[in-house]
Design a protein around this ligand. Structure first.
Ligand code: F0G
Length: 434
C-alpha cells in the first residue's frame, strides 16, 4: 500500500516521498498530508480483521491506533513502532449531560482514558514511529501541555530525546509534571504558543530535530483512528454530529480526513457533521467561519482558562476549514462561564474532563438552543483530556475562587465545596443528618 506526502492545497497537490523530512510543501508552502493508494472493495475485509484483532495479545493489535494500521499505512514495516496501548477509549452514555445540553441522548468518546490522559497519544505513537524510521534521535514540540506530556512519554519509551517548549506559567500543572517525570528536556519560554511555534520551527531546521507538532502529518494519521475506533464501537453507524474543541485544529483536520476516507472506502455510508467549539477569548477559527473564509485573522493575545486551547493562530486552519465545510458542519464559541459549568456537569456524570474538553458540552447546549442541533439528533462529543490534568481549576471552581483571565468571577453554578469540621462526632453527625 504505497504512501506519499501530498500538498493539501487544491491548486498544487505536489507529491513527495513519504520519508522526506518536510512539514510544509516545498513548492507552495501549503500543509502536507499522507495519501494512499488503497485497494478496492476492502471495507468488509478490514472491518472483520480489525474486530478480530481485539482478541489478540500482540502489542500492535492491542493498540487502538495500530489495530487499524491498514487505514494509516505510511510505514513499510512496524519495527519502529512503540505502543503504550493508546486509543481503546470508551464511548460513554451521559444522560445528565444530554439533558443539560438539550438532547435526548449524548455520548462522550473519552480520549482522556489514553496512557498520558489525552487524545495526543493516538497521534504521538505515529509521529514517534516516523521519527525512528527516519533515524532521528531528538524530537521537539511546542505545546499548551498535552502534546508535550504525550511526546515526552512516547519519545522516552522509544529511546529518543524529547525536547519540549511551553508557554511559561500558562500550562496546567498536571501536564508540566508529566513532561518532567517522563524525562523531557523542558524549556519554558516567556511567550505564547503561537510565538513559540515560530521559534521551534526555526530551531528544528537548524539542529535537525524532528518536529512533532500537529503540523506533522503522521500525527494527524494517528488521530484519524479516534474516528475509526468510534465507528467500530458503533458498528459503523455514523452519528449525526461529532462535537470537538478547536485549538490548533489538528484534531478537526484529522477527524475530517478520517471521515472522508472512511466514506471513500465504504466503511461508513454518510458523513457526520463536525461541530468545532472554541473558547471565546481564543476563537480565530470561529471568526473566520463567521466572516471572510479566505484568510484567518490571528488573535494576538488569546485568553482562556482552558489553557489547552489558548491558541490565536492555528496552523491547520485551511485543513480544518475544508473539513468543516465538507461535513456541512459549524463552528461555535463559548464563554468561560459556560465552559466551567459544562465541565462541572460532565463531572457530575461520574466522567469528568479537563476544561478544554468541556467546551464541547457548552457548545452543544448553545447549538441546541439556537436550533442548529435538534433534540433528537444523535450526538457524540469528544472529551480530549482527563480530569486530573488540571485539578487547580476544579478546586477553584468549587470553592468559588475561579476567575476569568480578565479577573471576572466565575459563578460556581454547580458548586460542591468541601466542608471543614472539627473532629467531633456529634457535630459531624449533625451536619450529615441535615
Ligand atoms: N483539547 C485538549 C485537551 C488539548 O490539549 C488540545 C490541544 C485541544 C483540545 C485542541 O486540539 O489543537 O487539535 O485543535 N492541545 C495542544 C497541545 C495544542 O499542545 O497540547 P487541536
Amino acid at each position: 500500500m504505497p504512501a506519499q506526502l501530498a500538498c493539501f492545497e487544491e491548486a498544487c497537490r505536489a507529491r513527495f516521498p513519504i520519508t522526506e523530512v518536510i512539514y510544509n510543501c516545498p513548492r507552495c508552502g501549503g500543509l502536507l498530508e499522507a495519501v494512499y493508494d488503497w485497494p478496492a472493495n476492502v471495507a468488509a475485509e478490514w472491518k472483520a480483521l480489525w474486530r478480530a484483532r481485539r482478541t489478540s495479545n500482540a502489542p500492535l493489535d492491542q493498540s487502538g491506533v495500530w489495530r487499524y494500521r491498514e487505514f494509516i499505512g505510511f510505514l513499510s514495516d512496524y519495527t519502529s513502532v512503540v505502543t503504550l496501548r493508546e486509543g481503546n477509549t470508551p464511548l460513554l452514555q451521559a444522560p445528565q449531560a444530554a439533558s443539560y445540553g438539550g438532547l435526548d441522548r449524548l455520548a462522550f468518546k473519552h480520549q482522556g482514558f489514553n496512557p498520558t490522559g489525552s487524545f495526543k497519544d493516538n497521534g504521538m505513537t505515529c509521529g514517534v514511529a516516523q521519527a525512528r524510521r527516519l533515524g532521528k534521535e531528538r524530537v521537539a514540540c511546542v505545546s499548551t501541555g498535552n502534546t508535550s506530556a504525550s511526546m515526552a512519554a512516547y519519545a522516552s519509551a522509544a529511546g529518543l530525546q524529547p525536547v519540549i517548549f511551553i508557554p511559561h506559567g500558562n500550562i496546567a500543572f498536571g501536564k508540566l509534571a508529566q513532561a518532567l517525570e517522563y524525562g523531557a528536556r523542558t524549556i519554558q519560554v516567556e511567550a505564547n504558543f503561537d510565538q513559540i511555534l515560530a521559534l521551534v520551527r526555526e530551531l528544528a531546521e537548524r539542529l535537525g530535530i524532528y518536529l512533532l507538532n500537529s503540523i506533522n502529518p503522521f500525527r494527524i494519521e494517528g488521530q484519524k483512528t479516534i474516528m475509526v475506533e468510534l465507528m467500530d464501537q458503533r458498528d459503523w453507524r455514523p452519528p449525526d454530529w461529532i462535537v470537538l474543541p478547536g485549538g490548533n485544529l489538528g484534531n478537526t483536520s484529522a477527524f475530517g480526513k478520517a471521515l472522508r476516507e472512511m466514506l471513500q472506502l465504504g466503511l461508513i455510508g454518510r458523513l457526520p457533521r463536525l461541530a468545532v467549539i472554541q473558547a471565546e477569548g481564543a476563537a480565530p477559527f470561529y471568526e473566520l467561519w463567521r466572516g471572510d473564509r479566505t484568510r484567518l485573522r490571528a488573535v494576538t493575545h488569546p485568553q482562556t482558562l482552558a489553557t489547552a486551547i489558548r491558541i490565536g493562530d492555528p496552523v491547520s486552519w485551511p485543513k480544518a476549514l475544508h473539513e468543516v465545510t465538507t461535513s456541512d458542519g459549524v463552528v461555535e464559541k463559548v464563554t468561560e462561564q459556560e465552559i466551567a459549568d459544562a465541565k462541572a456537569i460532565i463531572g457530575r456524570c461520574g466522567i469528568g474532563c479537563e476544561p478544554a474538553s468541556a467546551a464541547t458540552l457548552a457548545g452543544v447546549r448553545k447549538l441546541t438552543s439556537s436550533g442548529v442541533i435538534s433534540r433528537e439528533e444523535d450526538v457524540v462529543a469528544v472529551l480530549t483530556g482527563n480530569l486530573l490534568k488540571d485539578p487547580d481549576y476544579i478546586h477553584r471552581y468549587h470553592v468559588g475562587e475561579l476567575q476569568t483571565p480578565d479577573a471576572k468571577r466565575i459563578t460556581p453554578t454547580f458548586r460542591n465545596s468541601p466542608v471543614v469540621l472539627p473532629n467531633d462526632l456529634v457535630l459531624v453527625t449533625k451536619v450529615l443528618a441535615g
